[in-house]
Structure formats: structure tokens, C-alpha cells
Design a protein around this ligand. Structure first.
Ligand code: SF4
Length: 175
């Protein structure tokens, strides 16, 4: 009887946490991300989208929207919040409380760029891509693993819950 071929074990799915980062890398991550977020805010302000507080931009269920983020954004967030203790809010962002963001200062790139103002819709993708590219370059410079995946999956992994199968979009490790 032929011996069955063993199924290869998939590589472990990492949960990104800043806990093990050397202090110099952590400092450079904070400085780099803050510079990117600051310059992104300037670009968004120049584009001038208008927010009329509809409160729908974080309502993934109503908007049928998946927020993606990069592992560096998650590492940055993890420098301020214990991601392992973030509650499970199902298909909604756990930071969305009473229709407002409770972590506005450290929210990911996609949240910073997205506005429902139709006059701004054509500019948003270019602004997003430009600053997302800078985040990838920062990962290269700091020799950090880089992954791009649904934000809620990153949070689920940090909390020890299963991420959506097949949800990983782009993964690159520096090992
Ligand atoms: S992090 Fe904040 S802005 Fe982004 S989806 Fe969650 S509640 Fe909304």
C-alpha cells in the first residue's frame, strides 16, 4: 500500500506585536510612521474632502467595505494599545464606539484617507498608494516583515482568534 504524501504544514500566520522589537527599531518605526501620517494628513487637507459626520465610513457592514492595513500600521498601533485585549466586534471595527473612532490618533492609513465626499473620490487612491508605498519602504529600511491584509484579521490574530481563511493579500518576510 503506497505511503500517503504528508500534507505540508502551512507556515504560521504571524501576529504583529512590537513587544520583541529592539528599542532602536521601535523608535524608528514610531518616527517613520508619524512622519508618514503627518505628511499624509497634509496631502488630505490639500485635497480638501468634506466630512458631514454621516458616521458611515467605519460601518463596514452597511458600506460592504473591507479595510486593509499593513503589518507596520498594526505594529504602530500596538505601541499604544494592547492588541491582544481588543474585543471581538464581529464584522465591525472594535474601535468604533457610538459611531465614532475611539482610537482616532493611531488609526490606520485607510481610515485616514477615506472620506465619502464624492468630489474627493478620484484623488483618494493616489494619495493612499503614495503613502502606502512609503510604509513598504519603511519596512525595507527597518528590515521588518511586511504583510498587507484585512485590518480585522490582524486584530483577530493578535487576540488569538482565527483570521479569515485565504484573507492574506500580500506577504513578504525578510528572513
Ligand atoms: S480604526 Fe477608527 S476610523 Fe478606522 S475603522 Fe476603526 S473606528 Fe473607524
Amino acid at each position: 500500500m503506497p505511503t500517503p504524501t504528508p500534507t505540508p504544514t502551512p507556515p504560521p500566520i504571524p501576529a504583529y506585536t512590537p513587544a520583541g522589537l529592539p528599542p532602536a527599531t521601535r523608535g524608528a518605526l514610531l518616527e517613520g510612521m508619524e512622519r508618514i501620517y503627518r505628511e499624509l494628513a497634509e496631502d488630505v487637507a490639500r485635497a480638501g474632502p468634506v466630512c458631514i459626520l454621516r458616521g458611515v465610513c467605519c460601518d463596514f457592514a452597511t458600506m460592504d467595505y473591507v479595510l486593509y492595513a499593513s503589518s507596520l500600521e498594526v505594529l504602530y498601533l500596538g505601541c499604544f494599545i494592547d492588541l491582544a485585549r481588543v474585543r471581538d466586534a464581529g464584522k465591525l471595527c472594535p474601535f468604533w464606539l457610538e459611531r465614532r473612532c475611539s482610537e482616532h490618533a493611531v488609526r490606520p492609513l485607510g481610515c485616514r484617507v477615506y472620506f465619502c465626499d464624492p468630489r474627493y473620490a478620484a484623488q483618494a487612491p493616489e494619495i493612499y498608494e503614495r503613502h502606502h508605498r512609503r510604509i513598504r519602504e519603511l519596512a525595507d529600511r527597518l528590515e521588518l516583515d511586511y504583510e498587507y491584509a484585512p485590518f480585522l484579521d490582524f486584530l483577530a490574530r493578535a487576540g488569538g482568534r482565527a483570521a479569515t481563511p485565504g484573507a492574506r493579500a500580500q506577504v513578504r518576510t525578510c528572513t
